[in-house]
Design a protein around this ligand. Structure first.
Ligand code: ADP
Length: 326
């Protein structure tokens, strides 16, 4: 039997499309199951500074289609200190919050793991990040929408690339993960993806140039994952200018456009299912786990595993790109 009466929800770290759909699902599933709900503003910051408001079903009306997060998000240095976390805990006590649902990425779930180890609070995490870099889940809330945004942007850039017969390096987000670059490259028919996962093993740029951009093609588009390991699109274009001056190279950094916009159907459905699952997890007495999805089944992944930082990428897809871009 669950002793929980009141669930707090927060969104933390980088925002991602579908966070609102997740907030809605958590709130409604919690209320359906008889819990009270508190919305915590600005991630862990709101816990520390006591920006906490009661949430009713109406608070989450008409948000499933909105990008961003109505709870706002922030990065909170105080929460990195034991004093800050004590303050956060005291504010939770003050409001009678006895469980937390944290929607965020790797950093936010790391904070959740530490908080849960210091205080006796059940915490359930939802993977809210466009980067898809959390271990133990096939996909994360926001990833599909970001991929679609990348696809639309690259389709437009292709028009110029083709007209001017240029080589374009297009930098996409992903922190130290290449999921957006790899699958973005497949979705746009790009020539290659340069990803951090193999950056220490292969000189991907040299390999690309050695293979030769196909003569039958009059333009080339390469998706590059932002990362010190890949050198980013800028780093690669500097290298091309020095080492292969015959190429007319251009750089586009897609930037924050990738985090915005109305969530795709896939992200709304994922966020809704995961949001409901977070409350089921609390009802079952689960704690300190992230809700993940594997082969369309919802699963519970311990925080320590989810934040491992070495989620495997499907390397066969690099070959797929190579074969399909001849
Ligand atoms: P994301 O969740 O998108 O990966 P960040 O890495 O910026 O975003 O983390 C978001 C917040 O999570 C931080 O601002 C901080 O409040 C909290 N956090 C991250 N790492 C830790 C940690 N090691 N200890 C405590 N809190 C942390």
């Amino acid at each position: 039997m669950s002793e929980i009466k009141c669930v707090g929800i927060l969104t933390s770290g980088g925002d991602s499309p579908g966070m609102n759909a997740a907030i809605r699902a958590v709130t409604r599933a919690a209320i359906y199951n008889g819990f009270e709900v508190m919305g915590i503003m600005r991630g862990y910051k709101g816990l520390v500074t006591d920006e906490i408001i009661p949430f009713k079903t109406q608070n989450v009306s008409n948000i499933i289609q909105q990008g961003g997060t109505i709870l706002k998000t922030a990065r909170c240095k105080e929460f990195m200190t034991p004093e800050g976390r004590q303050q956060a805990y005291d504010n939770m006590q003050k409001h009678g919050i006895d469980a937390l649902v944290v929607i965020g990425g790797d950093g936010s779930l790391t904070g959740a793991r530490i908080f849960a180890s210091e205080f006796n609070i059940p915490i359930v995490g939802l993977p809210g990040t466009i980067d898809n870099d959390l271990y133990g889940t096939d996909t994360t809330i926001g990833y599909d929408t970001a991929l679609n945004t990348i696809m639309d942007a690259v389709d437009k850039i292709r028009d110029t690339a083709t007209s001017h017969e240029r080589l374009f390096f297009i930098e996409v987000m992903g922190r130290n993960a290449g999921f957006l670059a790899l699958n973005g490259a497949i979705a746009t028919g790009a020539e290659a993806a340069i990803i951090p996962e193999i950056a220490t093993e292969v000189d991907q740029l040299a390999e690309l140039i050695e293979n030769g951009f196909r003569k039958s093609k009059n333009s080339s588009i390469v998706l590059v994952a932002e990362s010190e390991l890949t050198g980013g699109a800028m780093g690669l274009s500097e290298r091309v200018k020095k080492e292969f001056p015959e190429y007319d190279v251009r750089v586009t950094i897609l930037g924050h456009i990738q985090r915005g916009g109305s969530p795709s159907a896939a992200d709304r459905i994922l966020a809704s299912r995961m949001g409901e699952a977070s409350i089921n997890a609390l009802l079952e007495g689960q704690r300190n786990i992230m809700v993940g999805i594997q082969n369309d089944e919802l699963v519970y992944v311990p925080f320590t595993k989810a934040i491992r930082n070495d989620k495997p990428i499907n390397r066969d897809l690099l070959n797929t790109i190579k074969i399909l871009s001849i």
